[in-house]
Write a protein that binds this ligand. Structure first.
Ligand SMILES: Nc1ncnc2c1ncn2[C@@H]1O[C@H](COP(=O)(O)OP(=O)(O)OP(=O)(O)O)[C@@H](O)[C@H]1O
Ligand SMILES: [Mg+2]
Length: 231
């Protein structure tokens, strides 16, 4: 088996200077993600789950540790210390992220947001439009919404747009932070089916879920995090 992501001693501490406090958001996290594997992370609210994902995606700068990702573009690279330029290029082409929050550019319609992701990943203009429409249809985002700015979307619509945006790239590594939190049971099943399909196509995934049933049959391994550490 080929390891695609190897995390060693990942820790993140926040210093709240005004309160003279240290918050250990995650401590000494270690795991290996195999190619085509799916690792689930569970744990109580505030345990440090999102912090682990954010350090890997580099939304947060980790305090210590390494996250060696076996990239197509650069070979093995430490995501915790790689330079900005490399991280930006990996995010465009190889590493997808679905968070609970939608980040779009101003004056970009829902469809254009997904088309842009496909273009960034290197698909042609025509192919990007086809793939974007496929994804929007798959997640049942009504076509009347395609030409609208997503700021007015409902929580579930935003989440489905986020999923379409991340998955249209067919990323090699996909990070999922509660991607089903505000979805109805039918839409949850759609997400699960697509995750299984991506997994079978070789996408490696790291996901946070509250719904244990959802993870059943999807994850190869599940880690429980408590007070920042895997238990
Ligand atoms: N930017 C930040 N500044 C200060 N503290 C932070 C920051 N981000 C996270 N934390 C703290 O780190 C701890 C872990 O937060 P994290 O978001 O990783 O938890 P979580 O397990 O994802 O929780 P939830 O299930 O509620 O999403 C929390 O105590 C949180 O307050
Ligand atoms: Mg979280």
């Amino acid at each position: 088996m080929e390891t695609i992501l190897s995390i060693r001693n990942l820790s993140k501490t926040f210093y709240l200077h005004e309160q003279e406090k240290e918050i250990h958001s995650c401590k000494n996290i270690n795991f290996d993600l195999e190619k085509g594997g799916f690792i689930g992370i569970v744990g109580k609210s505030g345990a440090g789950k999102s912090t682990v994902l954010r350090c890997i995606y580099r939304t947060y700068l980790a305090s210590s540790g390494t996250a060696i990702y076996n990239s197509l573009a650069y070979g093995p690279i430490d995501l915790l210390s790689a330079d900005e330029r490399q991280i930006i290029s990996l995010r465009k082409a190889e590493i997808g992220n679905v968070s609970q929050f939608l980040k779009t550019l101003p004056r970009t319609t829902a469809k254009q947001h997904v088309v842009n992701a496909a273009l960034e990943a290197g698909f042609s203009s025509k192919e990007s439009h086809i793939r974007a429409e496929e994804m929007l249809n798959y997640f049942r985002l009504n076509s009347t919404l395609w030409d609208i700015y997503p700021t007015t979307f409902s929580g579930g619509e935003k989440l489905r747009l986020n999923l379409a945006h991340a998955m249209v790239k067919r990323p090699r590594l996909l990070l999922l932070d509660e991607p089903t939190a505000s979805l109805d049971p039918d839409t949850k099943l759609l997400v699960r089916d697509l995750l299984l399909k991506l997994k079978n196509e070789g996408t490696s995934m790291l996901g946070i879920f509250h719904d244990l049933e959802f993870m059943d049959g999807l994850c190869n391994e599940v880690f429980n995090i408590s007070k920042g550490s895997f238990t």
